[in-house]
Write a protein that binds this ligand. Sequence first.
Ligand code: URA
Length: 243
Amino acid sequence: MRLDKILGNMGYGSRKDLKKYMKYGIVKVDGEVVKKSSIHVDPDESIIEVNGERVEYKEYIYILMNKPVDVISATYDRNHSTVIDLLEEKYLPFEPFPMGRLDIDTEGLLILTNDGKLSHEILSPKKHIPKTYYAHIDGEVNDGDIAAFRKGIVLDDGYETLASDLIIIESGDISKIQLTIYEGKFHQVKRMFETRGKKVIYLKRIAMGDLKLDENLELGEYRELTNEELELLKGSTSNCKDD
Ligand code: URA
């Protein structure tokens, strides 16, 4: 891989900038100063240093965010802040994007990555990756709702949802529930409850596949996935049956 591509991907500047900086002898490969930015280097084999600091090259980034309300799950929005605006600058050269969407008023687990292949697999409607939500519902959630959700709900547009798993944590004027769905239709959780005459008033995603939200992350906070978490996420695609 070209050295300027490696350094560019890691946020050290554009190809043009790097050509200029490298003339000053600030970049070393395997201990030798390199002044030509176009040389080819294997980042897994060679030690690359900039200003004496080791460059740990990686192609992909995987960030676990506890999404707050009032930010959009998109890379750009004309009127609102996006989840990308919450990230430190050092992550931007990776060009991360959200893996799927949460509504503007939904909180919780959102993965940001630049791994298009994994994102495609996780979001594939054929994979039925489970997504688990915690919610507050205006209205009394009951066994009838559990049975209806288990059977499949016909939404307002005629689509019949797959069987989903509803757990009532607390039933009352305001009920607390946990719901696992195996697909990801637009506003799905809200629309499922609407067909039962009940309104979702608080919604938070707490799991996606085998990956769980880190409850130590405050709203708006994020961190990179650990290797174990990444394996759990990747494993979710093989644990779930294809259509
Ligand atoms: N279902 C919804 O209604 N909203 C979300 O953000 C996610 C699932």
